[in-house]
Ligand binder design. Structure first.
Ligand code: C5P
Length: 325
């Protein structure tokens, strides 16, 4: 029986467990696209960072011999990864169950913020705890990679280097939490098309990773972002800026209001700027009123995990990851 103070309520009669999962979005602090791989994906070098903007998933699970997965959401999302993640977990555990997820979507879609992937990863972390099944992290990562290239990152959170398809991950140390201004220009950019556009211009030679490496090494000290404009490169920016000149205009305004770095996350369309303080980010937001803005902050891995442990309640030793009841 799980204590109510742990925000996991269990009704004995129905054996139904419910929990609210917080699924944080991410930024790509730089994204190099090196080459097209034989599997059709692209070889990446990226820096992932979780941020406080999040979707909520109110998830309930009831043991059953039959399988029933239902999703209720505040907007219609075709091929929702929440449902696919639930199926994959029931397949893995070899059990049935009645699963209901109520999604409150707050992360813009088609924005490069990884909302769908974050939802899938939240299911991979949360559902095993409700099912009382311990599924090893390596297995969750494998299932996650099958759902989407960004999903494995969301199992870890914080700041991490992503290699390969983006599914090979190495943690970077936690720095201080930083103030972030998000600017959403109001139109989505579809990731597969964005890859197609830049793929045509990829040479046989891999792009140099020297700047990316320098950036990661700088992460050891505080001067993570290099010079005023930051040394971060996102290979999706040139084609996106050409197609949507207002993105370049947003970047200039972010720089002009003191952001360092400022850039596009993932394949766009969301732009971000990192500021020295929340006040700085808020006064920048006031100057960018023609666009939709949101002040958020980076979520360091220690906080990310503390949040998950709080969400999922009791676990054996406080060291184990992922948390399991
Ligand atoms: O893995 P995910 O489903 O998020 O990827 C969406 C699309 O983005 C893929 O179908 C592919 O076209 C492209 N992609 C890629 N290389 C990557 C990641 C994604 O080409 N490393």
């Amino acid at each position: 029986m799980v204590s109510k103070s742990l925000r996991l309520s269990t009704t004995n009669e129905s054996q139904k467990s419910t929990v609210r999962l917080i699924a944080n979005a991410k930024l790509n602090l730089g994204l190099r696209v090196l080459s097209k791989r034989p599997d059709g994906f692209h070889e990446l070098r990226t820096l992932f960072q979780t941020i406080s903007l999040a979707d909520w998933i109110d998830l309930s699970y009831r043991p059953s011999r039959v399988r029933e997965i239902t999703l209720e959401a505040n907007l219609d999302i075709p091929h929702n990864l929440i449902v696919r993640a639930a199926h994959a977990l029931l397949d893995e555990a070899g059990i049935g169950g009645r699963i209901h997820a109520k999604l409150t979507k707050r992360i813009p879609m088609g924005g490069g913020l990884g909302g769908g992937s974050a939802n899938a990863a939240a299911m991979l972390l949360g559902l095993p705890a409700l099912m009382k099944r311990r599924i090893p992290l390596a297995v969750l990562s494998r299932i996650g990679a099958g759902l989407g290239s960004d999903v494995p990152f969301f199992l870890h959170g914080g700041r991490a280097i992503g290699l390969g398809r983006g599914t090979e991950l190495y943690p970077l140390p936690d720095g201080p939490s930083e103030a972030v201004l998000l600017v959403t220009p109001g139109f989505p950019i579809a990731t597969p098309e964005a890859y197609q556009t830049i793929s045509a211009n990829l040479g046989a030679e891999s792009a140099s990773t020297a700047a990316f490496e320098a950036q990661v090494w700088q992460g050891e000290g505080r001067g993570f972002y290099g010079d005023k404009r930051g040394s971060l490169v996102n290979d999706f920016e040139p084609s996106a800026f050409e197609q949507f000149p207002q993105l370049a205009a947003i970047q200039k305004r972010l720089w002009a209001t003191g952001a360092s770095p400022a850039g596009m996350t993932g394949s766009g369309s969301t732009m971000y700027g990192i500021y020295g303080s929340k006040q700085d980010a808020e006064s920048a937001a006031a100057k960018l009123q023609q666009w939709k803005t949101l002040v958020v902050h980076t979520v360091i891995r220690r906080r990310f995990r503390a949040m998950w442990f709080k969400q999922l309640g009791k676990f054996s030793d406080g060291v184990m990851w992922p948390p399991a009841v």
